[in-house]
Write a protein that binds this ligand. Sequence first.
Ligand SMILES: *Cc1c(COP(=O)(O)O)cnc(C)c1O
Length: 417
Amino acid sequence: MTDNPSATVFDAWGVAPIINAAGPKTRLSGAIMAPQVVAAMAEAAALSVDMADLQAAASAVIARATGAEAGLVTAGASAALLLGTAACIARLDPAAMNRLPDTRGLARQVLVAKGQRNFYDHAVRATGARLVEIGLPDRFAGAGMRDAEAWEYDRAIGPGTAAILYVARPGALPRLDEVVAVGRARNVPVLVDAAGQLPPAENLRAFTHAGADLVAFSGGKAIGGPQASGILAGRRDLIASASLQMLDQDERFDLWQPAPGPVRKGEIVGLPQHGIGRSAKVGKEQIAGLLTALDLFTGTDGGDHMAARRARWHQETDALMAALAAASGAPAGAATGVAVHGYDKGGVPMVELRLGAGARLSADALYVRLQEGRPSIRANGEVAHEGVLRFGPLCLRPGEGRLVGERVAALLGGANL
Ligand SMILES: *Cc1c(COP(=O)(O)O)cnc(C)c1O
């Protein structure tokens, strides 16, 4: 620690904080937590608690927020996918729980539309599950217009099928309710990856409402919880299995008294020792922080924190746009090769900067120059190859929107804007 009032905890190790205009990306340290969330984590860190009691209480909170029967706080959406898959494979068999990722002799196939494959399904595969790709999404090649269809899931189901994985996205095909109908008819649970589908807050309930058996959310993205937290919400028996596979259960079965919640003693013949989820354990601090953030996100304490957050987001994106416009002295125009426009992404105001041939820097070059500056500014460069940089307010601190706008304007040269 130093007496410098602007010094941060990171300075002690020579690490400089960044201005994160890219959004709650994991590699950029996820969300910024509200003071109430930070306080809850600090208080929890200084106390001891029985983790089973805490997770049972978390289950009730998550059930209220999502409409699901039960829930579990996990170490992230990825951990929720791991535990959700493990639950679908092992169910309530402690011998299977002890064996994973050895899935020989168990139903271990997880069906997923080929067009929904992504590297987060590593977490699904880590359980020992085998992915079975459904459909051939020729719409992505521009050579056709179809994606996987519900009947194709139906035809792929057999005795070796453990679950269906569905990666949620606006406009995803086939529709979730169609996939759920197949799963229901064939008694195969549907696990939804909804990690990035918040806001809108209504999506906390939407996938359960559509019939999903398990839904994974990120706690460290828009919910504003700890970076290493997530939610698995869903059917009570599957959540019970996931809970039993997360922590060590080094207890004699006859002495074991599960906290009132998803786990029921009468349903299992014995306790597993260490489950596949042991390496993705979640701490009391994450649980306290996530539950507090979830309360703020859903406004269950009566306050409209979401409206307040949205107002703060607009303040930052408005200031960013204003700084760009002020530097130009004129409305940003295509004639100079730079176009700025604001848009809405699921209730979050965003700013897009399109850099044409007349601009002083390409989108790639601007991305790098922003990153190299002090403090380092991170933009969303996902479509920089198309000449576009995007800026989002989710992780901006008060005043940072203006700083980002001013830096961009300076780098592009005021007159050029
Ligand atoms: C971010 C993300 C994840 C992983 O979430 P974590 O909470 O960081 O583990 C999984 N799936 C999708 C689609 C995501 O966007």
